[in-house]
Design a protein around this ligand. Structure first.
Ligand code: ADP
Ligand code: MG
Length: 322
């Protein structure tokens, strides 16, 4: 199977379209229509490399779900609405079974996330998957990292640490079983909080998605905003499944530094808490206040105002990991 046959068979087969796509896959460029009402284009790219971001032999449909979920999560974190994406595929070989699984799962998940594939690039080499996503955001509603204010509450969606728990069951080589299905799904299938972010954006001052652990990512908000922050480990939202799998202490540690949960971390003034909780509840998403912004230049762990110590390193690709 040649490159063009591969693209035609697996990626250009007419999936859903959108009115704003004047020309999709097949020419030198896609041609896309921009809204005319002053919205800004939000653009982000994410890459998965075999051996670095996933274990060799990982199922192609899981890879597709993780790839598009992680990328769209960046749009969600800006309160942007997903629109289009491009896909750069580097494959060691054109394996029809792999391509079939991958392309079906990608198309299915993209449709659920309301984003359409408009182009890409296909090359031979060590397995590497990249997705660039494009979305639209109202300028004054974009959830930047730099907007947090002293006294803001720190809010997180969902539960934290589950993805790290799912990864551990894979590293431990556990067979698939009902007791680890939830955690594995949280690892393989990120759930970008698109609707929640847009609903909370009018009330929030800053936001980020949690891809490197709460401490690391809240640290980005703190630094960008010229502030410090305080997190109470006892307030962290933990799933029953994670606690059952690794116990409460490790669950708390992974909630702080586990990474790849792709939940939202927002800061909002205290008087917006009630409306934020209500908007989250209406969408059936858990939202938890885990701390607040304060003067300083560090993220501190404090239980009832008293400092506590925990392993606090998030995952850093080019740094030391603890
Ligand atoms: P060019 O050589 O002009 O860059 P290509 O031969 O790489 O074009 O690609 C032909 C068409 O197929 C382009 O429209 C490109 O966007 C699309 N395409 C290539 N690879 C993929 C892919 N993996 N997924 C989706 N579209 C792809
Ligand atoms: Mg060309």
């Amino acid at each position: 199977m040649g490159e063009f046959e591969l693209i035609r068979r697996y990626f250009a087969s007419g999936g859903p379209s959108r009115e704003d796509i004047a020309l999709g896959i097949g020419d030198d460029c896609a041609l896309l229509r921009a809204p005319t009402d002053g919205q800004q284009l939000a653009v982000s790219i994410d890459t998965l490399v075999e051996g670095t971001h996933f274990l060799p032999g990982t199922r192609a449909d899981y890879l597709a779900q993780r790839l598009i979920g992680a990328a769209v999560s960046d749009l969600a974190a800006m309160a942007a609405r997903p629109a289009w994406f491009t896909l750069a595929l580097t494959l060691p070989e054109a394996d029809p079974h792999w391509l079939d699984l991958f392309s079906r799962a990608l198309a299915e998940r993209a449709a659920e996330l309301d984003i359409v594939l408009v182009g890409g690039d296909t090359t031979r080499g060590p397995l590497t998957l990249s997705v660039q996503v494009h979305g639209w955001v109202t300028p004054e509603r974009a959830l930047k990292r730099s907007g947090a204010r002293d006294g803001d509450l720190v809010l997180v969606s969902g539960t934290l640490g589950d993805s790290r728990g799912g990864l551990q069951t894979l590293l431990d080589d556990e067979p698939d079983q009902p007791s680890n299905a939830y955690l594995r799904r949280r690892f393989y299938r990120p759930e970008p909080r698109i609707g929640l972010a847009q609903a909370l954006a009018p009330y929030a001052n800053s936001g980020i998605d949690i891809s490197d652990g709460l401490l690391a990512d809240l640290g980005h908000i703190a630094r960008s905003s010229g502030l410090g922050a305080s997190v109470d480990p006892l307030l962290l939202p933990l799933s029953d499944e994670l606690i059952a799998s690794v116990g409460e202490d490790r669950a708390r540690q992974w909630a702080l530094s586990g990474g790849e949960d792709f939940e939202l971390c927002l800061t909002a003034p205290a008087d917006a808490l009630t409306i934020c909780l209500q908007l989250a509840a209406e969408r059936g998403v858990r939202l938890t206040c885990v701390g607040h912004m304060q003067p300083g230049d560090d993220v501190l762990l404090q239980e009832d105002g008293v400092s506590v110590q925990l392993d606090r390193a998030g995952y850093d690709h080019f740094g030391e990991t603890a």
